[in-house]
Write a new protein. Structure first.
Length: 762
């Protein structure tokens, strides 16, 4: 099929500075500001990439390495809810210790150069009990989420306490906190009052006082001392969003457990994977985007793109990880210069101080893994690797990308989600060049392999024909045209840019070939370079006495690509291990004993003072290949003693954490809900969805020396009825049959302590 898109006569994007409501200056004179299209640092375009990480949903022993993983994954802003109920469960008794230590968490973000957005409520939601409101608020003589004296008193008291915890950590103090979100989905959404669930089923008030409520809370936050360059609010669903003083933020979810409160049947396909133009006054409203302001008056920025999704009791599924970067591709093409994922790092709900649980009732009591890029216990998912490539691209080319406007072919926004025949594509461009975005993923619909597609982009300089395009089902890609490469013009290419760097005076541009596509470079002078199907291909050229290397990776090889910088020196590492960089150097985390590392420039890992490292003859150009062996911890055969119809006990070895960073228990079972206990205390739960239930054991190692792990599988029940025929006050559940079985349980070791390449080796 042949498609055409004409950008030759499109008007130039009008970009201008926003008011002083959106900006700030640090003590060392760094400036954060906004145009109506993108964020700026020191008056240069900055492509923001935010990942949600709830500190109180993660043991603080994991915090630092998870922050480092986020940074290496291309995240430059960490967003976090501050759940009121996690800090003042009992009225007047605040808790900011352990996993609730907000200040410690923000200091770690600062240590590793990450910006922070605090979502200060008072209402948050986040699948937390009462949306984050403490239970004691329910019985107060005033309505919550309204401008009344009682609610404002308690909100101000909360803000005062949060301000105390965050004192000296704001951007104006040389701190990392650049923004604060006020409330959440005001006038659009709420949450159940859980003390009424199952009886009267009451809900927290959603609000009805509009912008006045939001602006009053912003004023209160400032009076408390929460002074940040900009304040944010959620804008979807008609939520109150006073855009002249607060940055309205958007998002999108394709997997929606909440619809099953009323919806019956299969989950419908959504419109989340159709390209739109979200920054165009001539298109004031589109799918899931109905702003109460002219779209071009502020940036189209996101805070809740589905970085995963939790299972609810009535909606269980295995997330396709390619859905996450496909949505990022869609948002970026649609005019977004500030991506924001919810969640990026999964977690575990803290337990209540009085023994209860702090979850929303339709969700697991403890687990909030969210099938996120980084799992509940730091597991690296394919979505992490896929997003990393997109984030490297956005950050490496932000000066051009941020200024590029969106163009859509005719009828693009009218494509039905179920239409898998029409090619979905969009263009972002400026006067220098642009990128062709293509998406072949759709939620809840099986897409087809794309073959022999052609897209012609009509520019002022002439036509650019992307011929014979093919793309695997479920994939997406970004292809450059009129790309400036150190003075040489790449007319177009069927490879996706990753990043660029300069080493010893030579320039290296890294690309990867999208799955199913034949890679090639076509230069302005007509020269064409076809890429053979090999893991790494390097092509050297010279331009104005500059040496340029075009390095093309396969999609599989690119998934393991990391860019790091040590002492001002750029480096590239390609490895299946997780790469963590801190003030001491480069560390690795792996579940394998035998590992491979491809490194460039040559020699950067030569002086490793560690046993197990060997250098082998590399078959890949430009890279030195290392094999690194971690001393293997013997595998443990676990025996599960069945102590009831669906109840099992497992004894763990006493040396569980010896010589490893973590131990991940993997449980394969059939049933309704899985629950794990140590000495009667629940440590994990899981809604059975067909996947493997995983539990990180590091923080439970001491308890497991004294007590076995008990696994109870709530069975799937058939023919359930409650017998109420007794003349006395008695009832009894009766069932015709149950299904609940533990199939297998094993341990996967996580190595990391001894995989440390020291600073002095670089």
């Amino acid at each position: 099929m042949h498609y055409r898109i004409d950008i030759s006569h499109n008007r130039e994007k009008e970009i201008y500075a926003l008011s002083n409501h959106f900006g700030g200056t640090s003590p060392n004179k760094d400036e954060l500001s906004f145009t109506n299209y993108y964020m700026e640092i020191n008056h240069k375009p900055f492509f923001g990439i935010s990942g949600e990480f709830h500190f109180s949903r993660c043991s603080d022993i994991y915090w630092e390495d998870e922050i480092l993983k986020m940074k290496m994954g291309g995240i430059n802003v960490i967003s976090t809810y501050i759940f009121w109920i996690h800090h003042e469960e009992q009225e007047g008794k605040f808790c900011f210790a352990g996993r609730r230590d907000l200040r410690k968490f923000i200091l770690l973000c600062k240590k590793h150069g990450m910006y922070v957005i605090v979502r200060i409520g008072p209402f948050d939601h986040g699948e937390v009990r009462n949306g984050g409101f403490p239970d004691w608020l329910y019985g107060k003589p005033f309505e919550a989420r309204m401008l009344n004296e009682g609610f404002l008193y308690y909100t101000k008291r909360l803000y005062d306490r949060l301000a105390k915890e965050m004192e000296g950590l704001y951007y104006k103090d040389q701190g990392p906190i650049i923004a604060a979100q006020i409330d959440n989905e005001y006038e659009h959404s709420s949450a159940p009052w859980e003390i009424t669930t199952g009886v009267s089923n009451e809900w927290v008030f959603a609000g009805n006082e509009g912008d006045a409520y939001m602006l009053e809370l912003k004023k209160m936050a400032q009076e408390s001392g929460i002074i940040v360059p900009f304040y944010t609010c959620t804008a979807w669903g008609g939520a109150a969003a006073p855009s002249k003083e607060m940055m309205p933020l958007w998002g999108g979810y394709a997997y929606r457990p909440w619809i099953f409160y009323s919806h019956k049947g299969e989950h419908p396909a959504t419109g989340e994977y159709i390209y739109r133009d979200h920054h165009n006054n001539e298109i004031p409203k589109t799918y899931n985007f109905e702003p109460g302001y002219p779209p071009e008056s502020v940036p189209y920025a996101c805070c809740e793109m589905g970085g995963g999704m939790t299972c609810s009791y009535h909606y269980r599924f295995l997330l396709p990880y390619e859905s996450v970067d496909a949505m990022a591709n869609i948002k970026m093409a649609s005019g977004c210069n500030f991506l924001g994922y919810y969640m990026y790092k999964g977690g575990t709900n803290p337990k209540g101080e009085q023994g209860g649980f702090l979850n929303e009732s339709q969700m697991p009591k403890l687990s909030y893994d969210y099938q996120a890029a980084l799992g509940e216990f730091g597991q690296i998912r394919d979505s992490y690797k896929r997003l990393k490539l997109l984030h490297l691209f956005a950050s490496s080319f932000e000066s051009d990308l941020c200024t590029m406007q969106t163009a859509l072919p005719g009828g693009a926004e009218q494509i039905a989600p179920e239409d898998t025949d029409t090619l979905r594509f969009a263009v972002r461009y400026n006067k220098n060049g642009g990128f062709l975005f293509i998406n072949n993923f759709q939620d809840h619909v099986e897409t087809k392999v794309k073959t022999e597609e052609c897209v012609t982009v009509i520019t002022k300089e002439g036509e650019i024909a992307f011929r014979s395009l093919s793309l695997a089902a479920g994939e997406n890609c970004i292809l450059p045209f009129h790309m400036q490469i150190e003075g040489r013009i790449l007319k177009y290419a069927t490879v996706q840019p990753i990043t660029k760097l300069c080493l010893d005076g030579a320039y290296y541009y890294f690309f990867f070939t999208p799955e199913g596509m034949e890679g090639k470079y076509v230069w302005e002078n007509g020269e064409e370079i076809k890429i053979p199907g090999q893991p790494i291909h390097s092509y050297r050229l010279e331009e104005d006495e500059k040496v340029i290397h075009l390095v093309t990776l396969s999609r599989k090889m690119a998934m393991d690509f990391y860019k790091a910088n040590q002492n001002g020196n750029d480096m590239v590492l390609i490895t299946d291990m997780a790469v963590l960089q801190d003030e001491y150097g480069i560390r690795f985390e792996t579940g394998n004993c035998e590992n491979r590392i491809l490194a460039m420039p040559d020699g950067i890992l030569e002086n490793i003072e560690k046993t197990g490292k060997t250098v082998v003859q590399s078959k890949y150009p430009l890279f030195t290949e290392y094999r690194y062996r971690v001393e293997e911890k013997p595998k443990v055969k676990l025996l599960a003693r069945q102590t009831g119809p669906t109840r099992y006990c497992i004894d763990l070895p006493g040396n569980l954490m010896e010589s490893v960073k973590d131990a991940i228990l993997k449980i394969d079972y059939t049933g309704d809900i899985g629950q794990a206990f140590i000495n009667g205390e629940m440590i994990s739960d899981n809604f059975c969805s067909g996947g493997i239930w995983e539990i990180g054991l590091k923080e439970f190692a001491d308890s497991l020396k004294e007590h076995p792990l008990t696994i109870y599988i709530t069975p799937i029940k058939k023919g359930v009825h409650v017998n109420v025929e007794s003349a006395m006050a008695a009832r009894m559940e009766q069932v015709d049959g149950i299904t609940g079985m533990l199939h297998n349980v094993s341990i996967a070791w996580v190595y990391g302590k001894d995989c440390n390449f020291h600073r002095n080796t670089f």
